[in-house]
Design a binder for this molecule. Structure first.
Ligand code: GDP
Ligand code: IMO
Ligand code: MG
Length: 427
Protein backbone atom coordinates (compact mmCIF):
# COMPACT_ATOMS: atom_id res chain seq x y z
CA UNK A 1 0.00 0.00 0.00
CA UNK A 2 1.17 3.51 -0.83
CA UNK A 3 2.22 5.39 2.28
CA UNK A 4 0.12 8.38 3.31
CA UNK A 5 1.51 11.90 3.39
CA UNK A 6 1.57 14.89 5.67
CA UNK A 7 0.60 18.26 4.23
CA UNK A 8 1.43 21.28 6.34
CA UNK A 9 -0.73 24.36 6.44
CA UNK A 10 1.19 27.25 7.93
CA UNK A 11 0.55 30.88 8.68
CA UNK A 12 3.56 32.51 7.10
CA UNK A 13 3.42 36.02 8.52
CA UNK A 14 2.40 37.21 12.00
CA UNK A 15 -0.49 34.80 12.64
CA UNK A 16 -4.26 35.24 12.22
CA UNK A 17 -3.99 34.66 8.49
CA UNK A 18 -7.12 32.49 8.45
CA UNK A 19 -5.59 29.06 9.15
CA UNK A 20 -8.70 27.83 10.98
CA UNK A 21 -10.96 28.59 8.06
CA UNK A 22 -8.77 26.83 5.51
CA UNK A 23 -8.11 23.77 7.69
CA UNK A 24 -11.87 23.39 8.06
CA UNK A 25 -12.31 23.68 4.28
CA UNK A 26 -9.49 21.18 3.60
CA UNK A 27 -10.47 18.61 6.23
CA UNK A 28 -12.72 16.45 3.98
CA UNK A 29 -9.62 15.63 1.89
CA UNK A 30 -7.69 14.21 4.87
CA UNK A 31 -8.06 11.43 7.41
CA UNK A 32 -6.38 13.17 10.30
CA UNK A 33 -5.86 16.82 11.35
CA UNK A 34 -3.10 17.54 13.85
CA UNK A 35 -1.83 20.61 15.68
CA UNK A 36 1.95 20.49 16.13
CA UNK A 37 2.86 23.69 18.00
CA UNK A 38 1.52 26.41 20.24
CA UNK A 39 -1.44 26.24 22.56
CA UNK A 40 -4.24 28.53 23.66
CA UNK A 41 -2.32 31.57 22.40
CA UNK A 42 -3.88 30.59 19.08
CA UNK A 43 -7.38 31.67 18.13
CA UNK A 44 -8.63 29.97 14.97
CA UNK A 45 -11.99 31.15 13.65
CA UNK A 46 -14.32 28.87 11.70
CA UNK A 47 -17.60 30.09 10.24
CA UNK A 48 -20.19 27.91 8.52
CA UNK A 49 -23.97 27.63 8.32
CA UNK A 50 -24.39 30.82 10.33
CA UNK A 51 -22.30 29.49 13.23
CA UNK A 52 -18.97 30.82 14.46
CA UNK A 53 -16.39 28.96 16.55
CA UNK A 54 -13.02 30.15 17.82
CA UNK A 55 -10.69 27.24 18.58
CA UNK A 56 -7.58 27.58 20.70
CA UNK A 57 -6.03 24.19 21.36
CA UNK A 58 -8.34 21.86 19.47
CA UNK A 59 -7.58 21.34 15.77
CA UNK A 60 -9.89 22.98 13.24
CA UNK A 61 -10.70 19.61 11.66
CA UNK A 62 -13.04 18.81 14.54
CA UNK A 63 -16.22 19.81 12.70
CA UNK A 64 -15.98 16.91 10.27
CA UNK A 65 -17.39 14.20 12.50
CA UNK A 66 -15.58 11.25 10.90
CA UNK A 67 -12.03 12.59 11.24
CA UNK A 68 -9.41 12.02 13.90
CA UNK A 69 -7.94 15.19 15.41
CA UNK A 70 -4.67 15.20 17.27
CA UNK A 71 -2.97 17.58 19.68
CA UNK A 72 0.66 16.71 19.02
CA UNK A 73 3.69 16.54 21.29
CA UNK A 74 4.92 19.97 20.17
CA UNK A 75 1.86 21.65 21.68
CA UNK A 76 1.28 23.08 25.14
CA UNK A 77 -2.09 22.67 26.84
CA UNK A 78 -3.89 24.40 29.68
CA UNK A 79 -6.37 21.88 31.14
CA UNK A 80 -8.85 24.53 32.31
CA UNK A 81 -8.99 26.28 28.95
CA UNK A 82 -9.06 22.97 27.15
CA UNK A 83 -12.04 21.90 29.25
CA UNK A 84 -13.94 25.12 28.48
CA UNK A 85 -13.21 24.80 24.76
CA UNK A 86 -14.12 21.12 24.60
CA UNK A 87 -17.34 21.56 26.59
CA UNK A 88 -18.46 24.31 24.24
CA UNK A 89 -17.98 22.02 21.29
CA UNK A 90 -19.73 19.16 23.06
CA UNK A 91 -22.66 21.46 23.85
CA UNK A 92 -22.84 22.31 20.14
CA UNK A 93 -23.19 18.61 19.33
CA UNK A 94 -19.61 17.60 18.59
CA UNK A 95 -18.60 14.50 20.45
CA UNK A 96 -14.87 14.65 21.06
CA UNK A 97 -13.89 11.79 23.36
CA UNK A 98 -13.44 9.18 20.61
CA UNK A 99 -11.76 11.26 17.96
CA UNK A 100 -9.68 13.87 19.74
CA UNK A 101 -6.37 12.30 20.71
CA UNK A 102 -3.80 14.09 22.82
CA UNK A 103 -0.09 13.45 23.00
CA UNK A 104 1.22 12.35 26.39
CA UNK A 105 4.32 14.35 25.50
CA UNK A 106 2.55 17.69 25.08
CA UNK A 107 3.48 20.03 27.92
CA UNK A 108 1.06 21.34 30.52
CA UNK A 109 0.56 25.03 31.12
CA UNK A 110 0.22 25.53 34.88
CA UNK A 111 -1.64 28.49 36.46
CA UNK A 112 1.74 29.67 37.73
CA UNK A 113 3.11 29.66 34.17
CA UNK A 114 0.51 32.30 33.39
CA UNK A 115 1.54 34.33 36.42
CA UNK A 116 5.16 34.04 35.30
CA UNK A 117 4.14 35.20 31.82
CA UNK A 118 2.68 38.36 33.39
CA UNK A 119 5.65 38.80 35.72
CA UNK A 120 8.22 38.54 32.91
CA UNK A 121 6.22 40.96 30.78
CA UNK A 122 5.97 43.44 33.67
CA UNK A 123 9.72 43.21 34.25
CA UNK A 124 10.40 44.03 30.60
CA UNK A 125 8.95 47.52 30.87
CA UNK A 126 8.88 49.13 27.44
CA UNK A 127 10.32 46.07 25.72
CA UNK A 128 7.22 43.96 26.38
CA UNK A 129 6.52 41.22 23.87
CA UNK A 130 2.79 41.80 24.23
CA UNK A 131 2.13 38.11 24.83
CA UNK A 132 -1.34 36.60 24.94
CA UNK A 133 -0.80 36.00 28.67
CA UNK A 134 -1.48 32.29 28.32
CA UNK A 135 1.81 31.17 29.88
CA UNK A 136 3.30 30.05 26.57
CA UNK A 137 6.87 31.34 27.06
CA UNK A 138 7.30 30.02 30.62
CA UNK A 139 5.87 26.61 29.65
CA UNK A 140 8.22 26.17 26.69
CA UNK A 141 11.07 27.47 28.89
CA UNK A 142 10.38 24.70 31.40
CA UNK A 143 10.27 22.20 28.56
CA UNK A 144 13.71 23.32 27.39
CA UNK A 145 14.98 23.37 30.98
CA UNK A 146 13.76 19.77 31.33
CA UNK A 147 11.58 20.48 34.34
CA UNK A 148 8.18 20.74 32.64
CA UNK A 149 5.13 18.60 33.24
CA UNK A 150 3.63 16.66 30.40
CA UNK A 151 0.10 15.47 29.75
CA UNK A 152 1.23 11.90 30.48
CA UNK A 153 2.29 13.03 33.95
CA UNK A 154 -1.33 13.39 35.02
CA UNK A 155 -1.64 9.60 34.92
CA UNK A 156 0.83 8.91 37.72
CA UNK A 157 1.65 10.63 41.07
CA UNK A 158 0.48 13.90 39.59
CA UNK A 159 -0.23 15.86 42.78
CA UNK A 160 3.36 15.43 43.90
CA UNK A 161 4.85 16.55 40.58
CA UNK A 162 2.44 19.46 40.31
CA UNK A 163 3.23 20.68 43.82
CA UNK A 164 6.98 20.57 43.14
CA UNK A 165 6.81 22.60 39.93
CA UNK A 166 4.34 25.05 41.42
CA UNK A 167 6.67 25.59 44.40
CA UNK A 168 9.53 26.24 42.03
CA UNK A 169 7.48 28.85 40.19
CA UNK A 170 6.40 30.48 43.44
CA UNK A 171 10.03 30.82 44.43
CA UNK A 172 10.89 32.51 41.11
CA UNK A 173 7.95 34.89 41.54
CA UNK A 174 9.14 35.72 45.05
CA UNK A 175 12.64 36.41 43.74
CA UNK A 176 11.11 38.73 41.13
CA UNK A 177 9.13 40.45 43.92
CA UNK A 178 5.99 39.57 41.98
CA UNK A 179 3.76 38.41 44.79
CA UNK A 180 0.51 40.24 44.20
CA UNK A 181 -1.38 37.38 42.61
CA UNK A 182 -4.01 34.90 43.66
CA UNK A 183 -4.56 31.70 41.72
CA UNK A 184 -6.97 30.03 44.17
CA UNK A 185 -10.04 29.99 41.88
CA UNK A 186 -8.00 29.48 38.75
CA UNK A 187 -6.18 26.53 40.27
CA UNK A 188 -9.45 24.87 41.32
CA UNK A 189 -10.72 25.06 37.76
CA UNK A 190 -7.35 23.96 36.43
CA UNK A 191 -7.38 20.83 38.62
CA UNK A 192 -10.93 20.12 37.44
CA UNK A 193 -9.54 20.45 33.93
CA UNK A 194 -6.88 17.86 34.75
CA UNK A 195 -9.61 15.43 35.84
CA UNK A 196 -11.54 16.17 32.66
CA UNK A 197 -8.43 15.61 30.53
CA UNK A 198 -8.05 12.14 32.06
CA UNK A 199 -11.24 11.14 30.25
CA UNK A 200 -9.61 11.69 26.86
CA UNK A 201 -7.54 9.43 24.68
CA UNK A 202 -4.04 10.37 25.96
CA UNK A 203 -1.56 8.52 23.85
CA UNK A 204 1.75 8.29 21.95
CA UNK A 205 0.45 10.33 19.04
CA UNK A 206 3.72 10.04 17.10
CA UNK A 207 3.23 6.27 16.93
CA UNK A 208 -0.41 6.71 16.02
CA UNK A 209 0.32 9.20 13.23
CA UNK A 210 3.03 7.00 11.74
CA UNK A 211 0.65 4.05 11.83
CA UNK A 212 -1.94 6.09 9.92
CA UNK A 213 0.66 7.05 7.33
CA UNK A 214 1.64 3.41 6.91
CA UNK A 215 -2.03 2.60 6.32
CA UNK A 216 -2.08 5.10 3.45
CA UNK A 217 -3.94 7.79 5.38
CA UNK A 218 -3.18 11.47 4.89
CA UNK A 219 -2.56 13.97 7.65
CA UNK A 220 -3.08 17.72 7.62
CA UNK A 221 -0.73 19.49 10.03
CA UNK A 222 -2.40 22.70 11.23
CA UNK A 223 0.00 25.49 12.03
CA UNK A 224 -0.49 28.02 14.78
CA UNK A 225 0.88 31.57 14.90
CA UNK A 226 3.03 32.41 11.87
CA UNK A 227 6.57 32.21 10.51
CA UNK A 228 7.45 35.71 11.72
CA UNK A 229 6.53 34.60 15.26
CA UNK A 230 8.78 31.50 15.11
CA UNK A 231 11.27 31.28 17.97
CA UNK A 232 14.20 30.85 15.51
CA UNK A 233 13.11 32.64 12.37
CA UNK A 234 10.72 35.31 13.59
CA UNK A 235 11.37 38.86 14.74
CA UNK A 236 13.12 37.71 17.94
CA UNK A 237 12.60 38.55 20.78
CA UNK A 238 9.13 39.63 19.68
CA UNK A 239 8.04 36.10 18.88
CA UNK A 240 6.20 33.19 20.41
CA UNK A 241 8.19 30.33 21.97
CA UNK A 242 7.75 27.45 19.56
CA UNK A 243 8.80 26.51 16.05
CA UNK A 244 5.79 27.57 14.04
CA UNK A 245 7.63 26.87 10.77
CA UNK A 246 7.63 23.66 8.72
CA UNK A 247 10.47 22.17 10.79
CA UNK A 248 8.09 22.29 13.74
CA UNK A 249 5.79 19.85 11.92
CA UNK A 250 8.46 17.13 12.13
CA UNK A 251 9.45 17.73 15.75
CA UNK A 252 5.92 18.58 16.89
CA UNK A 253 4.30 15.45 15.48
CA UNK A 254 7.17 12.98 15.26
CA UNK A 255 7.16 12.56 11.48
CA UNK A 256 10.14 12.60 9.14
CA UNK A 257 10.74 15.36 6.59
CA UNK A 258 10.33 12.83 3.78
CA UNK A 259 6.72 12.30 4.89
CA UNK A 260 5.85 15.90 4.10
CA UNK A 261 4.30 16.52 0.69
CA UNK A 262 2.82 20.00 0.36
CA UNK A 263 3.60 23.03 2.46
CA UNK A 264 0.69 25.44 2.12
CA UNK A 265 1.60 28.97 3.11
CA UNK A 266 -1.30 31.21 4.13
CA UNK A 267 -1.11 34.98 4.00
CA UNK A 268 -3.53 37.87 3.89
CA UNK A 269 -3.80 40.19 0.87
CA UNK A 270 -2.50 42.83 3.33
CA UNK A 271 -0.61 42.51 6.64
CA UNK A 272 -1.48 42.48 10.32
CA UNK A 273 0.40 42.00 13.55
CA UNK A 274 -0.84 41.83 17.14
CA UNK A 275 1.53 42.52 20.03
CA UNK A 276 4.83 44.41 19.97
CA UNK A 277 7.81 44.17 17.66
CA UNK A 278 9.01 45.43 14.30
CA UNK A 279 6.39 45.70 11.60
CA UNK A 280 7.86 47.78 8.75
CA UNK A 281 4.65 48.01 6.72
CA UNK A 282 2.52 49.25 9.62
CA UNK A 283 0.23 52.14 8.65
CA UNK A 284 -0.66 54.74 11.24
CA UNK A 285 -2.98 56.63 8.93
CA UNK A 286 -6.56 56.36 7.72
CA UNK A 287 -5.70 53.49 5.40
CA UNK A 288 -4.51 51.46 8.41
CA UNK A 289 -7.77 52.25 10.21
CA UNK A 290 -9.80 51.26 7.15
CA UNK A 291 -8.00 47.92 6.88
CA UNK A 292 -8.67 47.29 10.58
CA UNK A 293 -12.35 48.19 10.36
CA UNK A 294 -13.17 46.48 7.07
CA UNK A 295 -11.09 43.41 8.00
CA UNK A 296 -12.39 43.30 11.61
CA UNK A 297 -8.80 43.14 12.72
CA UNK A 298 -9.26 42.61 16.43
CA UNK A 299 -7.58 39.66 18.17
CA UNK A 300 -9.66 36.46 18.38
CA UNK A 301 -8.08 35.64 21.79
CA UNK A 302 -7.38 38.98 23.43
CA UNK A 303 -9.62 41.38 21.51
CA UNK A 304 -6.62 43.68 20.99
CA UNK A 305 -6.42 45.92 17.92
CA UNK A 306 -4.36 44.29 15.22
CA UNK A 307 -1.77 46.56 13.63
CA UNK A 308 -2.40 46.81 9.88
CA UNK A 309 -0.42 47.53 6.71
CA UNK A 310 0.07 46.57 3.07
CA UNK A 311 1.31 43.16 2.00
CA UNK A 312 5.03 42.65 2.75
CA UNK A 313 6.76 40.65 0.01
CA UNK A 314 10.12 40.81 1.78
CA UNK A 315 8.70 38.99 4.79
CA UNK A 316 6.72 36.61 2.57
CA UNK A 317 9.76 35.66 0.51
CA UNK A 318 11.71 34.95 3.67
CA UNK A 319 8.88 32.79 5.03
CA UNK A 320 8.50 30.90 1.75
CA UNK A 321 12.22 30.17 1.92
CA UNK A 322 12.44 28.93 5.51
CA UNK A 323 9.22 26.92 5.26
CA UNK A 324 9.76 25.52 1.79
CA UNK A 325 6.27 26.64 0.79
CA UNK A 326 4.96 24.80 -2.27
CA UNK A 327 1.57 26.48 -2.63
CA UNK A 328 0.18 29.79 -1.45
CA UNK A 329 -3.27 30.62 -0.15
CA UNK A 330 -4.32 34.26 -0.12
CA UNK A 331 -6.93 35.32 2.42
CA UNK A 332 -9.16 38.31 2.93
CA UNK A 333 -8.74 39.91 -0.47
CA UNK A 334 -12.36 41.11 -0.04
CA UNK A 335 -11.04 43.63 2.48
CA UNK A 336 -9.30 45.39 -0.43
CA UNK A 337 -12.39 45.32 -2.67
CA UNK A 338 -13.02 49.06 -2.46
CA UNK A 339 -9.46 50.42 -2.67
CA UNK A 340 -8.56 52.47 -5.71
CA UNK A 341 -4.86 51.76 -5.35
CA UNK A 342 -3.18 48.88 -3.55
CA UNK A 343 0.40 48.92 -2.44
CA UNK A 344 2.85 46.07 -2.02
CA UNK A 345 6.15 46.34 -0.16
CA UNK A 346 8.90 44.97 -2.40
CA UNK A 347 12.01 46.01 -0.47
CA UNK A 348 13.17 47.64 2.76
CA UNK A 349 15.28 50.76 3.06
CA UNK A 350 17.81 50.35 5.84
CA UNK A 351 20.59 52.84 6.55
CA UNK A 352 19.95 54.46 3.15
CA UNK A 353 20.42 51.13 1.44
CA UNK A 354 17.68 49.15 -0.29
CA UNK A 355 17.53 45.48 0.64
CA UNK A 356 15.17 42.77 -0.54
CA UNK A 357 15.89 40.22 2.17
CA UNK A 358 14.71 39.97 5.76
CA UNK A 359 17.54 41.28 7.96
CA UNK A 360 18.78 40.02 11.35
CA UNK A 361 18.70 43.49 12.83
CA UNK A 362 15.26 44.50 11.71
CA UNK A 363 14.00 47.40 13.77
CA UNK A 364 11.66 50.39 13.74
CA UNK A 365 13.96 52.41 11.45
CA UNK A 366 13.45 50.06 8.51
CA UNK A 367 11.34 51.76 5.84
CA UNK A 368 9.23 49.91 3.29
CA UNK A 369 9.61 50.52 -0.44
CA UNK A 370 6.27 50.18 -2.21
CA UNK A 371 4.94 49.65 -5.69
CA UNK A 372 1.44 50.80 -6.55
CA UNK A 373 -1.06 48.47 -8.18
CA UNK A 374 -4.53 49.34 -9.46
CA UNK A 375 -7.39 48.20 -7.22
CA UNK A 376 -10.27 46.15 -8.65
CA UNK A 377 -13.03 48.12 -6.92
CA UNK A 378 -15.52 45.27 -7.24
CA UNK A 379 -17.43 43.38 -4.58
CA UNK A 380 -15.96 39.90 -4.96
CA UNK A 381 -17.56 38.28 -1.90
CA UNK A 382 -20.21 36.33 -3.82
CA UNK A 383 -18.04 35.13 -6.66
CA UNK A 384 -18.10 31.39 -7.28
CA UNK A 385 -15.16 30.81 -9.59
CA UNK A 386 -12.01 32.47 -10.85
CA UNK A 387 -13.71 33.10 -14.19
CA UNK A 388 -15.52 35.98 -12.49
CA UNK A 389 -12.35 37.63 -11.17
CA UNK A 390 -11.80 41.23 -12.32
CA UNK A 391 -8.78 41.89 -14.49
CA UNK A 392 -7.05 44.00 -11.83
CA UNK A 393 -7.44 41.23 -9.28
CA UNK A 394 -5.84 38.72 -11.64
CA UNK A 395 -3.06 41.23 -12.22
CA UNK A 396 -2.53 41.51 -8.45
CA UNK A 397 -2.30 37.71 -8.19
CA UNK A 398 0.11 37.51 -11.11
CA UNK A 399 2.28 40.23 -9.63
CA UNK A 400 2.49 38.40 -6.30
CA UNK A 401 3.19 35.05 -7.95
CA UNK A 402 5.93 36.54 -10.07
CA UNK A 403 7.54 38.21 -7.06
CA UNK A 404 7.20 35.21 -4.78
CA UNK A 405 7.86 32.41 -7.26
CA UNK A 406 5.11 30.18 -5.83
CA UNK A 407 1.58 29.69 -7.22
CA UNK A 408 -1.43 31.05 -5.34
CA UNK A 409 -3.76 28.06 -5.46
CA UNK A 410 -6.61 29.31 -3.33
CA UNK A 411 -8.11 32.70 -2.63
CA UNK A 412 -10.53 33.43 0.16
CA UNK A 413 -13.18 36.09 -0.48
CA UNK A 414 -14.88 36.14 2.90
CA UNK A 415 -14.90 34.42 6.31
CA UNK A 416 -17.44 31.71 5.45
CA UNK A 417 -16.43 28.20 4.45
CA UNK A 418 -18.23 28.76 1.13
CA UNK A 419 -16.26 31.89 0.22
CA UNK A 420 -13.22 29.96 -0.92
CA UNK A 421 -12.07 29.63 -4.52
CA UNK A 422 -9.60 27.15 -5.88
CA UNK A 423 -7.63 28.37 -8.88
CA UNK A 424 -6.98 25.93 -11.65
CA UNK A 425 -3.88 27.61 -12.98
CA UNK A 426 -1.23 25.38 -14.53
CA UNK A 427 1.68 24.37 -12.31
P1 GDP B 1 -6.10 32.07 12.29
O1 GDP B 1 -5.56 32.32 13.64
O2 GDP B 1 -5.03 32.04 11.25
O3 GDP B 1 -7.00 30.88 12.20
O4 GDP B 1 -7.01 33.35 11.93
P2 GDP B 1 -8.03 34.12 12.92
O5 GDP B 1 -9.26 33.31 13.06
O6 GDP B 1 -7.36 34.56 14.16
O7 GDP B 1 -8.28 35.44 12.11
C1 GDP B 1 -8.80 35.42 10.83
C2 GDP B 1 -10.09 36.28 10.82
O8 GDP B 1 -10.46 36.57 9.49
C3 GDP B 1 -11.28 35.56 11.41
O9 GDP B 1 -12.13 36.49 12.00
C4 GDP B 1 -11.94 34.92 10.19
O10 GDP B 1 -13.33 34.69 10.37
C5 GDP B 1 -11.70 35.98 9.17
N1 GDP B 1 -11.52 35.52 7.78
C6 GDP B 1 -10.93 34.40 7.31
N2 GDP B 1 -10.87 34.43 5.97
C7 GDP B 1 -11.44 35.58 5.58
C8 GDP B 1 -11.65 36.21 4.32
O11 GDP B 1 -11.29 35.71 3.26
N3 GDP B 1 -12.25 37.43 4.33
C9 GDP B 1 -12.67 38.05 5.47
N4 GDP B 1 -13.24 39.24 5.39
N5 GDP B 1 -12.46 37.50 6.68
C10 GDP B 1 -11.86 36.29 6.73
P1 IMO C 1 -2.88 32.26 15.72
O1 IMO C 1 -2.63 30.77 15.74
C1 IMO C 1 -1.33 36.27 16.27
C2 IMO C 1 1.73 36.80 19.35
C3 IMO C 1 1.38 37.61 20.58
C4 IMO C 1 2.73 38.17 20.95
C5 IMO C 1 3.67 37.03 20.60
C6 IMO C 1 4.03 36.15 21.79
O2 IMO C 1 -4.29 32.60 16.08
O3 IMO C 1 -2.44 32.84 14.44
P2 IMO C 1 2.75 34.35 23.22
O4 IMO C 1 1.50 34.45 24.03
O5 IMO C 1 2.72 33.29 22.17
O6 IMO C 1 3.97 34.23 24.08
O7 IMO C 1 2.87 35.76 22.48
O8 IMO C 1 3.01 36.26 19.63
N1 IMO C 1 0.83 35.67 19.06
C7 IMO C 1 -0.06 35.67 18.07
N2 IMO C 1 -0.40 36.62 17.18
N3 IMO C 1 -1.90 35.06 16.19
C8 IMO C 1 -1.55 34.07 17.04
O9 IMO C 1 -1.99 32.81 16.93
C9 IMO C 1 -0.62 34.37 18.06
N4 IMO C 1 -0.07 33.66 19.07
C10 IMO C 1 0.81 34.47 19.66
O10 IMO C 1 0.44 38.61 20.27
O11 IMO C 1 3.05 39.25 20.09
MG1 MG D 1 -5.80 33.67 15.25
Amino acid sequence: MKKGKVDALLGIVFGDEGKGKVVDVFTPEYDVVARFAGGPNAGHTIIFEGQKFVLRSIPSGIFAKDKVNIIGNGCVTAPDLFMAEAKELEAAGYDLKERLHISKRAHLILPTHRVLDRAYEAAKGKAKVGTTGKGIGPTYSDKAARIGLRVGDILDRFEEKYAALKARHEQILKDLHYTDYDITDEEKLWLEGVEYLRGFHLTDTEIEINRYLKEGKNVLAEGAQGTMLDIDHGTYPFVSSSNTTSGGVCTGLGVGPTDIREVFGIFKAYSTRVGSGPFPVELFDETGDTLREVGHEYGAVTGRNRRCGWVDLVALKYAIMVDGVTKLIMMKSDVLDSFETIKACVAYKMDEEEIDYFPFDINETVEPVYVDLPGWQTDMTKMQSEDEFPEEFNAYLSFLEEQLGVPIKIVSLGPDREQTIERYTEE
